[in-house]
Write a protein that binds this ligand. Structure first.
Ligand SMILES: Cc1cc2nc3c(=O)[nH]c(=O)nc-3n(C[C@H](O)[C@H](O)[C@H](O)COP(=O)(O)O)c2cc1C
Length: 400
C-alpha cells in the first residue's frame, strides 16, 4: 500500500490546544473528573471537597452502599425509546437528579454558583443554593438559571435566618431545604492537616499549596473577593470565616421547623440522615419531602449510609411524600439504584464539584452529561423505559 493511500484512510483530528477542554473530553466518568479536579486544584481546596469527617468511615461506606447491591434486569422489553424525565413537586426534571447545596463554591472555581446554576439549567435540573454560598440569593436569581432551591442552615441569629427564608421566597426559589445534620460543623482532619480549617485560615502553608496551581490562583486573583454573601455578617470573608462557624446553632430544634413551616409557603424538605421515627415526625409536622443525607460523610462519622435508609423511610412515609437521597452518588447506575430502592430522585454534591474544579461551567456540564448518559443507558440495560417503571418494579430489579 502506498503512503498516499494510507494517509487517505487516516482521519486526522484537529488538535485541541485548550488543556481544560482536553481534560474534560478525556474524562469519561466521575472518577476521571475527580482526578482532573485534583490536577487542577491546590491540595487544600481539593481535600476540602474530597474529604470527610474524622476517619472518613461514612464517606467510604456511602459509595460502598451503592456498589454492594446487584441488578437483575428484565430481558427483551424494547428499550429503543426510554424517558428518563420525572416530576418533583410539580416541576419537570430531565432526570431524577438534583444538585445539592455546597458552601464556599467560589473557592473551588471562581465561576462559582452562577456557573453551576447555568449548567443545571442546560440539563433541566434544579440547583440548590447553600446558606454558606458565595453568591447571594438575589444575585443567583438574577443570573441564568433553571429551578432554584434554597438550603437553610438555621443560625443563632433567628431573625436573619427567617429573613433568608423570606428572601428566597421573594426571589422565586421553589423549594426550601433545611439541613438538620449540622448543629455544629464536623471535624475534617484533612483540612486541619492542610491548614485549611473551617473557618479556613489562609496561613503560610495553605498559600504555598495554592501557589503551585497558577491557573487556579490567577483566576482567584483576578476575580472579586469571596464572601458568605447570604450571611452578611461582619468578618465573613474567606480570610475570616469565623462568621460561618459561629452561624451554626447547636440549639436548633423541631420548634424551629414548625416556625419555618408556617412562614414558608412553598415546598419544604428536611435534609439529613433521618431515621424512620424522625422522618415520621417531619411528615406529621407538615414537611413535603425528606432528603436522606449524611452530608457526604462530612458531619457525624459512622452515620448510616443514607441509601440504606431509603426502603425503611419510604415504607414509613408512604408513596406520596417526596424522598430524595444523596451521599455517595458517582454514576448513573447509582441514581437507578436509589430509585429502585424507593427514592424519587438522587442528589449530588462532589460529582458536580469535581466537574467545576476541573473546568468551571463546562466541567459541571461534563459531569451532568456523564451522569445523564449513564443513567439512560442503565435504564435501557435494566429493561425499563420510564421512571415510573423503574420505581414500581424496583424490588424486582434488585438483589442484595
Ligand atoms: C464541599 C462541600 C460543601 C458542602 N456544603 C454544604 C452546605 O453548605 N450545605 C449543605 O446542606 N450541605 C453541604 N454539603 C453536602 C451536600 O449538600 C451533599 O449532601 C453531599 O455532598 C452529598 O454527598 P456526595 O458529595 O457524596 O454527593 C457539602 C458537600 C461538600 C462536598
Amino acid at each position: 500500500m502506498k503512503l498516499t493511500e494510507i494517509v487517505a484512510l487516516v482521519k486526522f483530528q484537529k488538535p485541541d490546544f485548550s488543556p481544560v477542554r482536553r481534560r474534560l473530553a478525556s474524562s469519561h466518568d466521575i472518577h476521571a473528573l475527580r482526578l482532573a479536579a485534583r490536577k487542577a486544584s491546590p491540595r487544600p481546596v481539593f481535600d476540602y471537597v474530597d474529604g470527610g469527617a474524622d476517619d472518613e468511615i461514612s464517606m467510604a461506606a456511602n459509595e460502598h452502599a451503592f456498589t454492594r447491591r446487584r441488578f437483575i434486569p428484565f430481558a427483551l422489553t424494547g428499550v429503543a425509546k426510554v424517558d428518563p424525565s420525572t416530576t418533583i413537586f410539580g416541576q419537570s426534571l430531565a432526570l431524577p437528579l438534583v444538585l445539592a447545596p455546597t458552601g464556599l463554591t467560589q473557592m473551588m472555581h471562581s465561576a462559582g454558583e452562577k456557573s453551576v446554576a447555568t449548567a443545571a439549567k442546560k440539563h433541566g435540573l434544579p440547583y440548590t443554593l447553600s446558606t454558606l454560598g458565595t453568591t447571594s440569593i438575589a444575585d443567583l436569581a438574577a443570573a441564568e438559571h433553571g429551578d432554584l432551591w434554597f438550603q437553610l442552615y438555621v443560625g443563632k441569629d433567628r431573625e436573619r435566618s427567617l429573613a433568608l427564608v423570606d428572601e428566597a421566597a421573594d426571589h422565586g426559589y421553589k423549594v426550601l431545604v433545611i439541613a438538620v445534620d449540622t448543629p455544629v460543623s464536623g471535624r475534617r482532619l484533612r483540612d486541619m492537616r492542610n491548614g485549611l480549617t473551617l473557618p479556613p485560615a489562609l496561613n503560610f502553608k495553605s498559600i504555598a499549596g495554592i501557589a503551585i496551581r497558577p491557573g487556579y490562583w490567577l483566576r482567584m486573583l483576578t476575580s472579586p473577593g469571596m464572601s458568605f454573601e447570604n450571611l452578611k455578617i461582619k468578618g465573613s470573608t474567606v480570610r475570616e470565616l469565623k462568621g460561618a462557624a459561629a452561624w451554626f446553632d447547636p440549639d436548633i430544634s423541631w420548634e424551629d421547623i414548625e416556625v419555618i413551616r408556617k412562614r414558608w409557603k412553598g415546598k419544604l424538605i428536611l435534609k439529613g440522615p433521618l431515621g424512620v421515627a424522625d422522618a415520621r415526625r417531619a411528615v406529621d409536622l407538615g414537611v413535603d419531602g425528606i432528603q436522606l443525607s449524611n452530608h457526604g460523610g462530612r458531619q457525624l462519622d459512622r452515620t448510616v449510609a443514607p441509601l440504606d435508609l431509603v426502603a425503611a423511610v419510604r415504607a414509613e412515609i408512604g408513596p406520596n411524600v417526596t424522598l430524595i437521597v444523596d451521599s455517595g452518588i458517582r454514576s448513573g447506575a447509582d441514581i437507578a439504584m436509589a430509585l429502585a430502592l424507593g427514592a424519587d430522585a438522587a442528589a449530588i454534591g462532589r460529582a458536580y464539584l469535581f466537574g467545576l474544579m476541573a473546568g468551571g461551567e463546562a466541567g459541571v456540564d461534563r459531569a451532568l452529561t456523564i451522569l445523564s448518559t449513564e443513567f439512560t443507558r442503565t435504564m435501557q440495560l435494566l429493561g425499563v423505559t420510564s421512571i415510573k417503571a423503574l420505581r414500581d418494579e424496583g424490588p424486582n430489579l434488585l438483589t442484595d
